[in-house]
Each structure stands twice: as C-alpha cells, then as structure tokens.
Ligand binder design. Structure first.
Ligand code: ADP
Ligand code: ZN
Length: 432
C-alpha cells in the first residue's frame, strides 16, 4: 500500500526539480527571518540566491545540536508564536531539551509523512492500532497518533508503561498493530509470556518500531516472540520526529521522505559530502517546514544512502538501518565498536535473553568493555560451570567478529532493568 503515490513514486528528475524549488524557498525563508541563519550564511559567504542547483546544498552551513540548545527554546522558530500550534521536545537527557515548534501546516505534513510509514507497514483504515509510544512532549506518541487518525484506523492511545495493561488491551480490544520502541516491544512480549498470554495466537500482526537503534537480529527476535511483521520508523525531534524515514515490505533499508527532508552523508571529521554507498554521518535539510526548518542538520547517526529501484515501487532514496549514533561509538583497544555489533552477536546465542548492558571501564590507560547479558532461566539453573562455558563462547565470538577482547558475565534472569521507552544499554563507569 502506498499512501502518497505522487511523491513516493516520483521520478528522480521530478524529485530533484521539486527539491531545488523547495530548497530555494526554505533557504530564503530562514535567511529573511532568523538572525541565526543569516549570520551563518553570511559567514560562509552564501546568499539564498546562490542556490541554482541541488549540488549547491553543499555550500550551506551545518546546524548542530548545540545550535539548538543555544537557541532554546524558540530562537530557531521562524514564525510568530501565534502561528505555532504545538511544541514538542526531546528527552534532553544531556543538557537542555531540544524543542520543536510546529505550525498547523507543519503538523499536517508530518501526519502525511507518518501515514506513508503506516501504509508501507501494511497498516490501513481497517486496523486497530495500539499506540504504546509515550504520549506527551516526546514526538513518538502524538506523531503516531495524528497519522493513525489521518489514515482512519481505530486508535488505542495506550501510551507507554503499565505493561500488564498493554497486554490486556491487546487481548481485549483485538489490536492488529502496535507501535512502540523495539526494546519496549520486547518488554511487552515478555510480560505477555509471564501472564500466560500467547501473542502469536492473537490478531496482532504488525508492529511499527523506532526511536532507538536495533539490529536485524532484534527485528527477527521480536517478530518471533510476538508473531508479527516488525516494521521500522526513524526520526528525530529536530526534524519533526518519526516520519523522516520508514521501511517497506522489502525490509531492506528505510525510504527517506525526501520531498520534505533532503538527506546527505558526510565524513564526520572532514565534513566532506560522501557518495552514496559510503558510510558516514547523516545530514538532513527540512525543505518544507515553516516553524522550524532545518539547514544541514548533523544528526550524528551513522548510515549509508542508496538510490535504487525498490521492490515496493517507491523511488524515495533509501538509508540503511542506523548503525548507531556517533556518540555511542566505543573505542576499545583502538577499535571502533558500535553497540549494535555486540547486540547482533548476543542475539545469535541461544542460551541468552535479548537483554544486555554494556559497561565501559578504565583499564590502565585504556578503555575496557564488559558485557552483562541475561541467561535464559533454564540455562541459569544449569550451574556455574555451564555459565562459564557460555561466557567463554560469547567472548570468543566477539573477539572473532569485532576483534576486541571483552569481559562477559551471564547475569540472572530479569536482573536487567526492562525498558518502557528508549533503552539505556551503555553505561560509562570510567569515572566511578
Ligand atoms: P533524543 O535525542 O533525546 O533521543 P529524539 O527522540 O529526537 O531524542 O531521538 C532521535 C534519535 O533517536 C535519532 O537521532 C536516532 O539516533 C534515534 N532513532 C530514532 N529512530 C531510530 C531508528 N529507527 N533506528 C535507530 N535510531 C533511531
Ligand atoms: Zn521500498
């Protein structure tokens, strides 16, 4: 199912023409209205009139997270507050939160982008959608809500948390689809099992999961445990929230809503734009938003772009599943490691649960990595000797695949805190 035939299947040439027009408009829009962007463009010696070709995007300055923090709360809002109809904010675990103001038209476009996500996952007007993304300032809850309203499915606005009730609601209301973070999906699946409910026998058939990194291995795990088809949503508060990109039935990368958000990948060190197919930091330019357009925002998310014929018929450019955030990259014995690499290995080990945490410690001048992963209950009961054997097997697997030595500890079942939203899986104990 395709929600917006026109834009989702537009030819590359038409898309390029459309983007150029919108890019010109947006650059002039921010230049004329926001002293922040005027100064940045002036400093680079570029004027909105200099944009004549899509490649001129590369002449524009980058915007970074600290720019948003420095302009907290509404310094980057390009319309009067009377035109702002809603404000969202990111979790802001580090420092001040990032705010996202929207005009009524921005909200409508956002819903359109998210509706594409629903249709691509095969969720339509006939479906009952349980929304277990956190409702509130977080863009996930309302972002999914308004798109589900737009496509006309039956919404169960459960929000996140109260997991036992989530399971009961799925059962009682007959949800056919669910949305939440992948880690919360695992929590729900586990709770259902504890309650003696087999989700696989219920009408639930699709999940749309996002807001945090997860591997293909995790996708398969969730699909198996819930008996569903697990699809993906990607986005960030700075660029509206979920709806930036989504996967389709091909489950091979995520289509970027590039008529709204242009994507580039750069080398994070040299800031040079990289060709498609090369991994680097994802950069987004929001070319249709009015309250908070964004020029070349550095996401710190690591991926690769590709433009190819997709089995689903969409022509929208694709990004690979996010490898990780550059902030989460660990350097262990001189080797760059992403938590996703460890996750992929752990999920292939049949004796453990998909519940783990990574702890970075100091070992002399170097950083060392410890992996705590839960043993399956029946495995944990087999005794210490067996656990040691499995730990060693995991250590060897990680050394063989990632090339680093780690300490692995099998911990008791249910000893790792369960996630209700974005899972925290990396702990820095270097200063402890
Ligand atoms: P915060 O930065 O506080 O987590 P956001 O909710 O805006 O606030 O989070 C956006 C970030 O979440 C993205 O930049 C990305 O790192 C991560 N994210 C969102 N969706 C996905 C996804 N499908 N896969 C991987 N990472 C994701
Ligand atoms: Zn596709």
């Amino acid at each position: 199912m395709i929600w917006n035939e026109k834009f989702e299947t537009m030819s590359d040439d038409e898309m390029a023409d459309f983007q150029l027009e919108k890019l010109k408009e947006t650059t002039a829009w921010v230049y004329d209205r926001l002293p922040f962007y005027k100064r940045k463009l002036d400093e680079k010696g570029v004027h909105p009139d200099d944009i004549k070709d899509l490649s001129d995007l590369g002449k524009l300055p980058f915007t970074v997270k600290t720019d948003l923090r420095d302009n907290y709360p509404f310094g980057l809002c390009a319309v009067p507050m009377t035109e702002v109809v809603r404000v969202h904010a990111s979790s802001g675990t580090t420092g001040k939160p990032i705010t996202g103001p929207y005009t009524a038209a921005d909200l409508d476009q956002w819903a359109d982008c998210m509706a594409r996500n629903f249709y691509a996952a095969g969720v339509g007007p006939e479906d009952i959608f349980q929304n277990a993304y956190g409702m509130g300032l977080f863009t996930g809850g309302l972002g999914f809500h308004q798109a589900a309203s737009k496509i006309g499915c039956t919404i169960v606005p459960a929000s996140s948390g109260m997991t036992e009730r989530q399971v009961t609601l799925i059962q009682d209301f007959g949800a056919t689809s669910i949305g939440c973070t992948p880690s919360y999906a695992l929590t729900i699946a586990e709770k259902a099992r504890d309650m003696g409910v087999d989700l696989r026998e219920l009408p639930l058939r699709v999940g749309i999961f996002g807001a945090e990194p997860w591997t293909e291995e995790m996708r398969r795990e969730i699909e198996e445990r819930m008996g569903i088809n697990a699809h993906e949503a990607y986005g960030l508060t700075e660029l509206m929230g979920p709806g930036v990109s989504f996967d389709c039935e091909a489950k091979d990368g995520l289509h970027v809503n590039e008529d709204h958000i242009m994507a580039e990948v750069i080398d994070p060190i040299t800031e040079e734009v990289l060709p498609h197919g090369t991994q680097g930091e994802l950069i987004f330019t929001a070319i249709q938003r009015r309250a908070m357009p964004m020029i070349r925002y550095r996401t710190r998310d690591i991926t690769t772009l590709r433009r190819e014929k997709c089995a689903c018929g969409r022509t929208l450019v694709k990004m690979d599943k996010i490898y990780g955030r550059s902030d989460d990259m660990l350097i262990i014995s001189g080797v760059n490691v992403f938590p996703s690499q460890i996750e992929a290995i752990l999920l292939e080990v049949p004796e453990v649960e998909p519940q783990y945490v990574l702890i970075i410690r100091k070992k002399g001048y170097l950083d060392a990595l410890s992996v705590d992963v839960e043993a399956r209950p029946e495995v944990y009961d087999l005794g210490e000797e067996k656990l040691k054997e499995i730990e060693k097997k995991i250590v060897d697997k990680i050394r063989g695949t990632v090339g680093i030595g780690v300490a692995v500890r099998l911990v008791p079942p249910k000893s790792i805190e369960r996630s209700e939203g974005k899972a925290k899986r990396v702990f820095d104990a270097r200063n402890m």
